[in-house]
Design a protein around this ligand. Sequence first.
Ligand SMILES: [Zn+2]
Length: 528
Amino acid sequence: MREQKKRVTSKDELIPFLDTLERRYEAACVAMGTANWHSYAKDSAYNLDAAKAQFAEIFLDTSLRNIITEWLNISGSLADKHLERRLELWKRCFIGGGIYADPEIARQENALQEKITNFKLTFQGQPTTRAKASNALRQEKRQPKRRMLWNVPGQISKATINDLVELVQLRNAKAKDEGFPNYYSLSLYLHSIEEAWLLKTLNSLEERTRPLLDTFIVESKKKHRLKNFGPWDFDYVLREAVSLPDKYFPADSVFKVIHQFEKEIGFAVDSLPIKEVVKDIPYGGLSLAIKIPKDSRFLVNPTKGKGFYGVAFHEYGHSLKAVHTNVEYPIMKGFEWIPGAQCAAYEEGVAEMHAEFTEDTTWIKEYTKVKEKELTKYIEGRSLPALFRLRRLLKDFFIEYEMYKNPKQDLAALEREMFKKYLLVELDSNEQHQFASSIWYVSYPCYYQNYILAAMIATQLQEAMSSKFGEQKLHNRKIAAWMKRHLYASGETTEWVERIRDASGKGLEPGAYLRKLGIEISQHIHKD
Ligand SMILES: [Zn+2]
C-alpha cells in the first residue's frame, strides 16, 4: 500500500490513516493465523515467513511509527476516547512489533531453539531424551540415581548458557533503546502488567504458601526415609498424587460434553464459528483466533482423562472469547501475534476459567460417574501438586526476571538461590546448572508469570460467578451473557485489569487462588 500518506496533519486525516493501517494489520493477522493453523493441522501448504514479512512491513516502517508517536503526544486534546486508545495500543505494538520483526534477535532465537531441540542427551553412556529421563525420575526408588536423572538437562544448559546470555543481552539492548531498564520490564509493559504490583503479588503468594511446602517436605522426608531432600525428590514423592480415573472422562465424548455444558450456561454453541480438531501436536492444545470474531479454530492433542477435558475446555474458552469479541477496530480485537496487542495472562485466565468448571465438585458429579469416595480423595489431594507447580513457576519466573536485570551475574548461583527460596531445597555449588536448557526462556520469553496470573484470574472469576449465580452457576443461561458483557465483547477497548474489576467487583488478587490451594486468608492482616 504505497499510496498510504506519510503525513497526517489533522484529526480528520488521522482516522482514515488508522483505518487503513488497521486493515493492513488485520490482513497480516489473518495471514499469520492461517499459516499457523495449516502448520499444525497439516491440511494445506503454508508460508509463515511471508506472513511475518507482512508484519515487518508495518512495524519496521519508522515513518508510520513517527505519526503514531506525534499524535499520541497530543491525544489528550483530541477528546476522543476510542482514538486515544487506538493510538495507545499502536504505540505498544510498534515497540513489540519492532522486536518481533527484528532479524538479529530472530536469528539468535532460532539458532538456540534448534540447538536445544536437537541436542543429543545421554544417560550413563546411553542416548536418552528429556521425557524419558523425567519419566524414569518419577519412578526411580534410589535417590542417588534420581539425582543423576535430574541432572540430564544440565548437559544442554552447559552447551547453551553463553548463547542464552547473548540473547538476553540482545533483547535488553532493544529494551534500552525503547527507554526501559531491561527486556523484562518492557515485556510487562507490553502486556499491561504493573511490575511493582506483580512482584508484590508473587511475593505474597510465596509467603502464604511457604509453610505448606515446608510441612510437605518434612513429612515426605519422614515417609520416604530421606536424610536430605533435593529437587530430584519432588516428582518421585508426588507421583502418587490422587487423580481421578481416566475412564470417567471418555476422550471420544469430550466435544459433546463441552457443547452440552456451554449450552447449559447460555452459549449458542451450534451456531458459533468455532472449528474443533483432534490432532497430534507438540502442545496439549492450541487455539487460533484466525479472524476475530468470524473464525476461531482449535486443536487438542488426543491425550486421556481429566487432563484432556481440562485442556479442551480451556481451548474452547479461548475460542468463545474470540467469537464474542465485538469491536470495530482491528487493533482492539486482541489478536495474539504482536506483543502489545493483548495481555497473555488475561487471555489464558479467561480461557482457564472454562477449564476451572471441570474442577468444580458439583460439575464432576453431574457430568461424570465418579464415585463420591474417589472425588473426596481427589479434592483433598489435589492441592499438593498444585502447590508444587506454583512454587516451581515462581522459581522459573524469578530466575528469568533476575537474569534480565543482570545477565552478567553468576547465573548458576542465582539458580541455586532460587531453588532454595522457592522450592526450599539446597543445591551444592558444584551441581550443574540447568536453567539454560529451558526452551521457554528462548521461545516464550518473560512468560512464567502468566500461568500464575491466569490461575488467579480463573479462580477469582469462578468465585465471582458463585457469588452472583450461587447454586445456579452450572445451569444459568445468563452466565454466557455475563461473560460476554464483562470479559469478551469490549476486546481491548479497556485494559484487562478493568475487565477483571468490572466482572468480579475487585482488582486481581491472590485470595481465590489461595483458597483453592486450601489456604484461608486471615481476616486480621492489616493493610500496608
Ligand atoms: Zn491457552
